[in-house]
Design a protein around this ligand. Sequence first.
Ligand code: HEC
Ligand code: HEC
Length: 404
Amino acid sequence: MMIKAPGSDRRFSFITALGIVFSAAVFWLAIAPIWGQTKVNQAQAANSETFHWNKPAWAPTPPVPADNPMSDAKVALGRFLFYDTRLSIDNTISCGSCHQQARAFTDGQPLHRGVNGLPGKRNAMTLTNVAYLPSYTWANPQIKSLERQMLLPLFGDHPLEMGMAGHETELFARLSSDQDYPRRFAAAFPEDGGRIDLHNIARAIAAFERTLLSFDSPYDRYKHGDPNAISPAAKRGEALFFGERLECYHCHSGINFTDNYVQQGLAFPETGFHNTGLYNEDGMGAYKSWDHGLRDVTSNDEDEGAFRTPTLRNIAVTGPYMHDGSLSTLESVIGQHYAVKGHAALSSNGPNPLRSDFIEGFSISDAETEDLVEFLDSLTDQQFLTNLAFSDPASDSREKRGAR
Ligand code: HEC
Ligand code: HEC
């Protein structure tokens, strides 16, 4: 399925992608006549172009699934559901518990605890610009939509997060007895009478997540017209980031600083999963026994320790870092990880032999590290962290007055 690009970098090959698209097209032709919704869905897909996205003109239009067109009513409903603790079995946790706006929708902890108090195994991810991702979570190329991703925290038991498996009926009853949800679902899903079910819950939250767009950092303003939007130190850091000594940009590329990318109308999404040499438990490249990254999904030995390249937008506020939150500061990510050929190099087992060819190690002075951190800081979008449209509606007084 995958070709082996240099080192342990793996991308789906163009030929594979072509094959997939071709078989998808054949499949579609076969089922189109019995798929009554075809025309409707195609018309709705165009809605991605007409929906008013809160983004500058230069930013590409996010893709939207044909069966979940954007609407203001749906996004508004999704925002309420995202912050609603009734979505967890003991009414204690909402999506917003682990994905907090002030931290660019992360939680500041290495591993967040779910409803039973047991720690999870991974670091909560930022939701910055998730609309442009071809797959979701740290290392699963098979989870291709936001609608599908959220079933993991809601119903997953490994780790247990919101604990709703087997309690779907109770969830629908909780929401149906609310004074506002029935009318909100009716406004969001007029086509099926505002049914309160899993399909619509997932579609509303996903629509809200697609609006979480961040393109107003000082670095964006610098790149799009204001030469003084970032400091001289940040400009020196930018040169380091995009230079061949540090090689950061090979993986943290494009508008979201990740090689995982899709936009409206793009036929072949970009996907990049890499082993950066964080661990080397057995001297042969093994990661921790409870998390092998991409290999846990593909069962391919070459995928040991490979994780999806995360975005670096808002990175200054999303620590601690890496898939398990094991590095606490940006300085440690630079000095204790990338500069030394991956953090494992500091252990007695030495550098991970399966790591990407781009993780070569480099020497960097303290002043240069400061410059690089200053550049990474310039990717923080204050407007995104404070925009009321993304905030918990419970703290929104206008909304409260409206509901009364
Ligand atoms: C207990 C903490 C917790 C809760 C509650 C939670 N998440 Fe997450 N979220 C995480 C963690 C941890 C990950 C990374 C999971 C992984 O890689 O396996 C994640 C990943 C994600 C991602 C993937 C982002 C990306 O870049 O691929 C999305 C989207 C997401 N969560 C949305 C949600 C939504 C929507 C809800 C509510 C239905 C929710 N989360 C509830 C902790 C949580
Ligand atoms: C070979 C591809 C690759 C290169 C080169 C690379 N990164 Fe990464 N980066 C990744 C991947 C993959 C992860 C997640 C790894 C993990 O969690 O195990 C990551 C994680 C990070 C994180 C933590 C993100 C978070 O949300 O926790 C930061 C910060 C970061 N990289 C910055 C850099 C900088 C600065 C450079 C250059 C010195 C660099 N990266 C070079 C692929 C790369």
